[in-house]
Design a protein around this ligand. Structure first.
Ligand SMILES: *Cc1c(COP(=O)(O)O)cnc(C)c1O
Length: 381
C-alpha cells in the first residue's frame, strides 16, 4: 500500500482505502461471511490474523482502517451500533469511577449512561459543556476519570470547544471522549484537537444511506490502558459488526466526503432561509453567524457545519405538527445523516427531556436545496 498520509479524505474514501481484491482483480472488496478459518496440515493458520469471526474479519478491518485514516487516529474499532460503542467505553471504566457527561445530548446516551452509572456505583455529573466556565468548574470539583461530550450536540446543536475540553480533561487526569456523529470524520478530527477517543454512530452520516446500524471508536493512543480494555471487551464479549454490514459501510463511505459537502451546503442554505422566515422563532445551526457556538465551530470544523439543525416554529404544538404534517419531501422519521432529508418532532418522542413543543429537528439530505426550501415554504405557509 502507498504511503497515503498526504492523501485527502475524498481520495481515501473514494478508493475504499486502496482495497483491491487480488484473487479476482476486483476494484471492490469481497465479502467473506465465513465464521471460522482453516489451518494447514501442520496446524498453522492459513492466515494468522484470521481464526474466528468474533473478532477477525477482513472487511471489518478494512472499514476500520479507512476510518482510522479519516479520523487521523492510531486505531479504530467498529461496533454493531453507536450505543454499543458508547457502552464499550463505559464498561472499560473501573467501579466507582467519576464521570462528567455533557447535558442535553442524544437522549439514548443520557438514559443509558445514567442507568449504567447507577448500577455500577459510578459518580455521574451532567454539565452544560458548551459553557467553558461550567465545564472548568465541574472538572475541578468532580475530578472526573472520563469526560464525555457531543459536538455539535443533538438536538440542540450546541458547540463544545474540543481544545478547551481536552485541556481541562487532561489537567483533571480524565480521558476525553467526543461523540462526533453530527460532524462526521469529514468536517472535524477531534483527536487532532486533543481528544483521546472519538465516537460515531456510523448509522448516521458515515454510512449515510439509512440501511446499516454501526458504531465507531477511534483512538489517539493505541497503547493506552482504556483502549486495551475496550479492545479486550469487544473481542471477549463479542459486540462485533457483521461482514455484510461492514461491506455496506465501506460502500457507503466511498461517497462520504461528497455527501457531507452537499448536505452541509444544503443545510447552510436552509438554515439561512429559516432564520429569515416570519413563522420561525429561532434556528439552531452552528453555520449561522448568530449561533452562540459559531466562532468555536469555525475553528474546529472545516468544509461546512453538517446536516443537522433544529428550529422553533412560531406557534404551539398543534401548529408545529401541522407544519411537519404538510411536508412532502422531508420524511417524518427519526435518525440523521442519510441522503434523504428527515424531520422529527422531538417532543412527541421525548416529552420528558425538556424539549420545546414547537421544535422541529431536521436532517438535511443531498436533494436539490431549492426543492427542499420550496417544501419548507409551503409547509410553513
Ligand atoms: C444515533 C446517535 C447515537 C446512537 O447511535 P446508534 O447507532 O443509533 O446506536 C449516539 N450519538 C448520537 C449523536 C446519535 O445521533
Amino acid at each position: 500500500m502507498t504511503d497515503d498520509k498526504h492523501l485527502a479524505s475524498s481520495t481515501i474514501a473514494a478508493q475504499a482505502g486502496g482495497a483491491i481484491d487480488h484473487p479476482s482483480g476486483g476494484v471492490v472488496p469481497p465479502i467473506q461471511p465465513s465464521t471460522t478459518f482453516v489451518r494447514d496440515e501442520d496446524y498453522a493458520l492459513v492466515r494468522p490474523d484470521n481464526i474466528y469471526s468474533r473478532d477477525n474479519s477482513d472487511i471489518v478491518r478494512l472499514a476500520e482502517s479507512i476510518l482510522t485514516r479519516l479520523e487521523h487516529a492510531a486505531d479504530s474499532l467498529l461496533f454493531p451500533s453507536g450505543m454499543a460503542a458508547i457502552a464499550a467505553v463505559f464498561r472499560a471504566l473501573p467501579q466507582g469511577s467519576s464521570v462528567l457527561l455533557q447535558s442535553g445530548i442524544y437522549w439514548g446516551t443520557t438514559k443509558w449512561v445514567r442507568d449504567f452509572c447507577a448500577r455500577r456505583q459510578m459518580r455521574l455529573h451532567e454539565v452544560d459543556a458548551g459553557d467553558g466556565a461550567a465545564l472548568q468548574a465541574a472538572c475541578a470539583e468532580h475530578k472526573p476519570d472520563l469526560v464525555f461530550i457531543e459536538t455539535p450536540s443533538n438536538p440542540w446543536l450546541k458547540t463544545v470547544d474540543i481544545r478547551l475540553a481536552a485541556r481541562l480533561a487532561k489537567a483533571a487526569g480524565a480521558i476525553l471522549v467526543v461523540d462526533s456523529t453530527a460532524a462526521t470524520p469529514v468536517l472535524s478530527q477531534p483527536l487532532d484537537l486533543g481528544a483521546d477517543i472519538v465516537m460515531h454512530s456510523a448509522t448516521k452520516g458515515i454510512n449515510g444511506h439509512s440501511d446499516v446500524l454501526a458504531g465507531l471508536l477511534a483512538v489517539a493512543d493505541r497503547e493506552s490502558a482504556i483502549w486495551a480494555a475496550i479492545r479486550a471487551d469487544r473481542h471477549d464479549a463479542g459486540a462485533v459488526l457483521g461482514p455484510f454490514e461492514a461491506w455496506l459501510l465501506v460502500r457507503g463511505m466511498r461517497t462520504l466526503p461528497l455527501r457531507v459537502e452537499r448536505m452541509s451546503r444544503n443545510a447552510q442554505a436552509i438554515a439561512e432561509y429559516l432564520a429569515a422566515h416570519a413563522m420561525v422563532e429561532d434556528v439552531y445551526y452552528p453555520g449561522l453567524p448568530s449561533h452562540p457556538g459559531h466562532e468555536v465551530a469555525r475553528t474546529q470544523m472545516s468544509g461546512g457545519f453538517g446536516c443537522l439543525m433544529s428550529f422553533l416554529v412560531r406557534g404551539d404544538m398543534a401548529a408545529t405538527l401541522k407544519v411537519v404534517g404538510r411536508l412532502s419531501l422531508f420524511h417524518r422519521a427519526t435518525s440523521l445523516g442519510g441522503v434523504e432529508s428527515l424531520v422529527e418532532h422531538r417532543y412527541t418522542i421525548e416529552p420528558h427531556t425538556g424539549i420545546p413543543q414547537n421544535l422541529i429537528r431536521v436532517s438535511v439530505g443531498i436533494e436539490d436545496a431549492d426543492d427542499l426550501i420550496a417544501d419548507l415554504a409551503q409547509a410553513l405557509g
